[in-house]
Every structure is written in structure tokens, then in C-alpha cells.
Design a protein around this ligand. Structure first.
Ligand code: UDP
Length: 296
């Protein structure tokens, strides 16, 4: 008997990984990972700044198969009022994963994981925002994960950093995040979902590139001290590359308006000066005053 049209076999070896019970070999003898990357290779990162009209600042980021939107409001009056700090602004973050962002629908609303991620991201930004300049206010950061493939806290933080700069929030520097971890006994950069699920360790971190200060550091799994050093070096190197992508997104967003302002200034400088106005005629002389002057 002839069967109906058979379902084409997936050409992507990653596609059916969720149904495999035993971990696959995540990295081969040549150091090549399941998605073809080398141990120190980052997934492609793309950032657009200023994508939302209603927010004060925003950014959209794609990082491999992660898709993230970040929006920023503020500094604005903090509500409820009892939370206001008379000496500085609150830096508040809400990280949220859309129900459709993962293969198994995620239950909407906050859970322990999203509360934890929101907290660590708020703390990372509190270290760079000049909060003392805006007492009693709050800077509100919203991160919406539209599609998740591991590393979403790093992706969300990196996008939020661009959104904060887009909103004009004064900061010491951008914050840049990246994770490293261990799969198949090897330390690698930027784990994807399958590597995160079946790997040995995942260590997300965020740095302030200008100073090298670490403002977020977490660890899931185990790394020896040497492996940890190796992972940190990989993440710091990658963060410096991502920093350039963040800056480039902001340049693309603001270069056209900066160019327009410079062009307008140049046109103004070349225009001939306006004609000088004739001085007003002197007031008619008051004969009484003149007489008083003559009497002196
Ligand atoms: N994940 C999921 N359902 C959830 C939470 C997470 O499928 O409810 C997936 C998602 O792809 C996420 C990954 O697990 O990116 C790793 O999650 P983790 O908690 O390690 O945070 P992340 O690496 O995204 O910062």
C-alpha cells in the first residue's frame, strides 16, 4: 500500500533534541559544537535602538535564536510613593518571557525565575546609572523575551542597556552581558538551549566594559577554578565585541539626526549676516534740561 506524503526529515540535527533522552555529544573531537560553532564563537548578535515610539527608550535584539524587546521609562515620579528614595532614583526591572517564547507554552505571569532575573538585572544597572541626580524618581526597565534559546538574561540585559542609553539616562557606561559554560568537559562561550540543557555548567556575567567591573555573575553547575578563569576570559572578550555592536546600534540611531544638526549649522554659518539696522534717531532735546545744564 502506498502511504501518503511522508513528513520531510528534519535537516537540522537540533530540531528534535527536546525528545532525545540521553545527551548528545555536544562537542566533537575537533572542538566543533552541534550548531557548527567553535568553542569561542558567539552566536550572531544584532541590535536596533529606538524601535518603540511610546517608550522613552527602546531596543530590539536578536542573539542567535533569542529575540528580545527592551523598553525604558523615566526618570519619572516613583509610585507607590512610599517606595520613593529622597536621595536617589530607583532602578527597577521587569523581565518577562512571552508564553509563546518557548516550545512548551510558558505559563504567563511572574515566577521565581523571572523575579530572580529581574532582581539581578536591576542591581547590575543600579551600579552604572547616576541615580543620585534624580531623587524620588524611578527608572523602569521592561524586558520582553519573544523567543528564547538560552542566554536570555544576557540578551535582555544587553538590549536594556541600549534602551537606557536611547532614553538618555545618564550612566557611567553601557553594561554588556555574555555567558560561558562547560559542555562535554570543555569550556565554551555562549551556550544555546541544548548546550544549556545537557551541558555541565553555565555562567552568565555582565561587565562595565570601560572599567572592567563585573556587575552580574551567576553560576549554574560546577567549574574548577581554572575552568572558571577560562570561562571569564571568554565572556570578557565576547562582551567587548558585543559592546561595539551596542555602540553601533546607538550610532545608527543618532547619526542621522546629528548629521542633520551639523548640516543645518553649516548652512547657517554660510548664510550672509543679516543687514545692520540703522541706529535710532536721537531724542529731541528738552530746552528746559538744556537750560539747567547751561546754568551749571
Ligand atoms: N526555558 C524554558 N521555559 C522556562 C524557562 C526557561 O523553556 O520556563 C528555556 C529558555 O529557552 C531559556 C533556557 O531555558 O532561555 C535557559 O534558561 P535559564 O534559566 O538558564 O536562563 P537564560 O539562560 O535564558 O538566561
Amino acid at each position: 500500500m502506498e502511504g501518503g506524503p511522508s513528513r520531510p526529515r528534519s535537516v537540522n540535527p537540533m530540531e528534535d533534541i527536546e525528545h532525545i533522552e540521553k545527551p548528545l555529544k555536544l562537542i566533537d573531537e575537533n572542538g566543533i559544537r552541534l550548531d557548527g560553532r567553535k568553542f569561542d564563537e558567539l552566536r550572531p548578535v544584532r541590535i536596533e535602538a529606538g524601535v518603540l515610539k511610546k517608550a522613552d527608550g527602546s531596543a530590539y535584539l536578536e542573539w542567535g535564536n533569542n529575540k528580545v524587546l527592551a523598553a525604558v521609562y523615566g526618570p519619572r515620579e516613583a509610585h507607590p510613593r512610599h517606595l520613593q528614595n529622597p536621595t536617589k532614583a530607583l532602578v527597577q526591572c521587569r523581565y518577562n518571557m512571552a508564553p509563546f517564547s518557548v516550545t512548551d507554552r510558558k505559563r504567563p505571569g511572574p515566577d521565581r525565575r523571572s523575579v530572580e532575573i529581574s532582581k539581578v538585572i536591576s542591581e547590575a544597572f543600579a551600579a552604572v546609572v547616576f541615580a543620585e541626580q534624580f531623587p524620588r524618581t524611578s527608572v523602569d526597565i521592561f524586558i520582553e523575551v519573544l523567543q528564547a534559546d538560552a542566554g536570555t538574561r544576557c540578551a535582555g540585559l544587553t538590549a536594556a542597556s541600549v534602551a537606557l542609553a536611547d532614553a538618555g539616562i545618564p550612566m557611567r557606561d553601557l553594561v554588556t552581558a555574555c555567558a560561558s559554560g562547560k559542555i562535554g568537559g570543555r569550556v565554551v562561550l555562549d551556550l544555546n538551549k541544548d548546550e544549556d540543557n545537557f551541558g555541565d555548567a553555565d555562567c552568565p556575567m555582565a561587565i562595565v566594559p570601560r572599567t572592567g567591573e563585573i556587575v552580574l555573575l551567576q553560576m549554574d553547575g560546577h567549574l574548577s577554578l581554572d575552568e572558571f578563569d577560562e570561562a571569564m576570559n571568554l565572556s570578557i572578550g565576547a562582551a567587548r565585541r558585543i559592546y561595539e555592536i551596542q555602540r553601533d546600534a546607538l550610532r545608527r540611531r543618532y547619526a542621522p539626526s546629528a548629521e542633520a544638526a551639523l548640516a543645518a549649522a553649516a548652512v547657517e554659518a554660510q548664510a550672509p549676516p543679516p543687514p545692520m539696522e540703522a541706529p535710532p534717531p536721537p531724542p529731541p532735546e528738552d530746552p528746559d534740561v538744556m537750560r539747567e545744564v547751561d546754568d551749571l
